[in-house]
Structure formats: C-alpha cells, structure tokens
Ligand binder design. Sequence first.
Ligand code: ZN
Length: 321
Amino acid sequence: MARLLFVHAHPDDETLTCGTTMAHHVAAGDDVHVLTCTLGEEGEVIPADLAHLEGAPGDPLGPWRREELREAMRRLGVVHAVLGEDPASGQLSRYRDSGMAGMPSANHPRAFAGADASEAADLVAGQIRAVRPDVVVTYDEHGGYGHPDHIQTRRVTQAALAALSEEERPSRVFEILTPTSWAREDRGWLREHVPPGAGLTLLSEDEPYPPAVVDDARVTHVVVDPAQVGAQSRALAAHRSQVSVHDGHYALSNQIAARLSGREGFALIDPATGAALGRPAARHTAGVGGAGPGKAGPGGAGPAGAGPGGWAPGLMGETDA
Ligand SMILES: [Zn+2]
C-alpha cells in the first residue's frame, strides 16, 4: 500500500485536477491524503441560491467551501486537512484565498500569496511529517494556470520538501501537467458531445492553453482510468458553489466547458530541488546513447507497460523505479 499526499490551493482544485488519480489510487487500496492551503474565500459562486455567500462580510464562503471539501473527500474516500486549521481553537485555516492576480484581495493580511514563505513551508513540512507519504503531488511552477495561490502552493511545498531530512522526504514528487495532445483531443470531444443549447463556451483546438498544458514529452507519468470518471464527477458535484457537473464534462463560473476525460498527467521532479527528472525510459537509456525525452514511443525504448506516449502508468508503477 502506498500513501499519497496531494497539495492544493483551494477546495475543488484537488478534484478538478487529480480526481481521477485519487479515485484510481483509492480503488487500488492506497492511502490518499489532500492538504488544502486556503478555503477559497474569493471563489465565484454559480448557483443562485448560494449567491449571498460570494464576497459577503465575514467570509461565509470559506466555511461553506470547507464543508464542500469535506463531502467531496468523503465521496472519494480521501483523508483531508486544511493548512493551519486548529479544531481546538476553532480556527479553520491560517491563510486566505488571494484571488486572481491583480485583485485587491491579494493585500489582505492573511492572503496566502503574500504569506511568509518559510512559515508556510514549516506548516506544510509538519503535515508531510505527520502523513509520511511515499508520493507528493502539486502544481508546476506556473501553478497550473497562473493563480497566485497555486504558484505559492508549489513554491511553499517545494520549500517544505527541501527542508525535510533525507529520510523524511517522500521518494517521489510529481507536478501536474497535461499533454498538449490530450488537451487538443478534449476540445474536439467537447464540440461533439456538449449539447449546443447548454449555454457553455467551447474553445477551438487553436485557442491558447494554460501553462500546465505542455509538450507531450515533458509528461512522464499518467493515470488513465476512465472507470473513475463517475467517482470524480460525484466528488466534483459536492463543490456545488463552484462547479456545474454534467455528463462527462463540467464548467466553472466562466461557463467554459471542460472534459472529464478519466486521464491525468504528471511529471516526476526531484524531491529535494524540484528539478525535472525526465522520462523514466530516457533515464534508463541515458549514457548508452539511448533515446532522449520524447523518443520513447510505442515499440521503442520505453519500459514494459509504458503507454503509447512513452508515459509510465500510475504514480507508483514498478516499471520505472
Ligand atoms: Zn484554485
């Protein structure tokens, strides 16, 4: 049994970006944990009956989203915690959602993006020591799509990992990335499957992608398990204030359709430094004139069990140890 810890910025990020992977590992009997850094107080509320929570004095959206997270993780079978929460004193979180880049909420005294990085890293390191995961997963250096709290989550997690001793440090750390080929396919799929009257925006393959959509060769590991889309969708539906969930797709408050594809990509990074480690196949053959990143295709130099993109399956596969 492996233990995995996913570190995320706001309630819903964990299920949006890693829901298939978490459900996949729970189904495999692994012990899956989530650490959420803020309560998402700056979130944009979708349902009319919850509209009063958005931007209201006293941040009622924070405790509301804490309960949404609790229910989502119950549905997935995942153990969860919020950074700096203290049930004894009733404190629900240490840091507040900073909002999108350029918003006045970034100047709030508890804004996570402005947090003292070493203090926040100490809290994350404490959680890693308590959970003792084999695997830690968080965002790439752009925080997936550039949100200041997501960038801070990566920075603080990296600092926490660097501060751990060798034996405290998990053996594998991943950043969340999506192969461009998948992102393009998903937009085509959405145009075929989202009903025209649904009121959702459909992007074309040629419109810009967020920074976490990268060249296929940068992705080292994938979880492809479409059977978990149901579990991911049920968990996502618990984040009712933020997400509308449909058959095989969802939308946030921007009403842009996004696919629930049952596949998620990752890149292995150095647990101590955060540097990219490249593909297992490339590492195996390095020094013997072997394939560089991107060369390990089907029938190529990939390890047994590597997928069609040369990607290693799962986050704990034995083929790439
Ligand atoms: Zn977020």
